[in-house]
Design a protein around this ligand. Structure first.
Ligand code: ASC
Length: 146
């Protein structure tokens, strides 16, 4: 190994893995949740309730976007980051198994919602949307302060 490279490797072993700054993690997840809310409530639910013109292609984009943006959440919650600018409860980090289970459930229900949207059948999309919404609410009840 070249001397410079071996020095870099040695240094990287000596320090713990570096995470992003808490403020940046908070910003990232709040941005993600804003997009998720826009696509879930203001696009998908609004179209199902007739508050916005029903557009199946746009619904597919909405679910894809929720999945894409939601992908940042595990990393954005990995490091304890609480404070005045976040409603994230300390329980996220004191009960990581419970939080992860809630996150996995959300991912599963969004996956089922995606499958329902692909069918184009409103009778399948409605219940899938409700089931996914329950996983939003469940996690907020336990891990987000009021
Ligand atoms: C939304 C939103 C939530 C969930 C929840 C579902 O659109 O912003 O937090 O759905 O209200 O019960």
């Amino acid at each position: 190994m070249k001397p410079l490279l071996s020095a870099v490797v040695a240094a990287s072993l000596a320090i713990p893995a570096l995470a992003a700054e808490p403020k940046d993690l908070i910003d990232a997840r709040q941005g993600a949740f804003k997009i998720i809310k826009y696509e879930f409530a203001d696009t998908l639910a609004a179209m199902m309730r007739g508050k916005r013109e029903f557009d199946l292609e746009r619904m597919k984009i909405a679910v894809n976007r929720i999945q894409a943006v939601g992908g940042v959440l595990p990393e954005a919650f990995a490091v304890e980051s609480t404070g005045d600018n976040t409603r994230a409860k300390a329980e996220i980090w004191s009960d990581p198994d419970g939080f992860q289970a809630a996150a996995v459930k959300f991912g599963e229900k969004i996956g089922e919602l995606s499958a329902a949207v692909q069918t184009g059948d409103k009778a399948q999309i409605g219940p899938a949307l409700q089931a996914a919404g329950k996983t939003c609410k469940g996690c907020h009840d336990d891990y987000r302060s009021k």
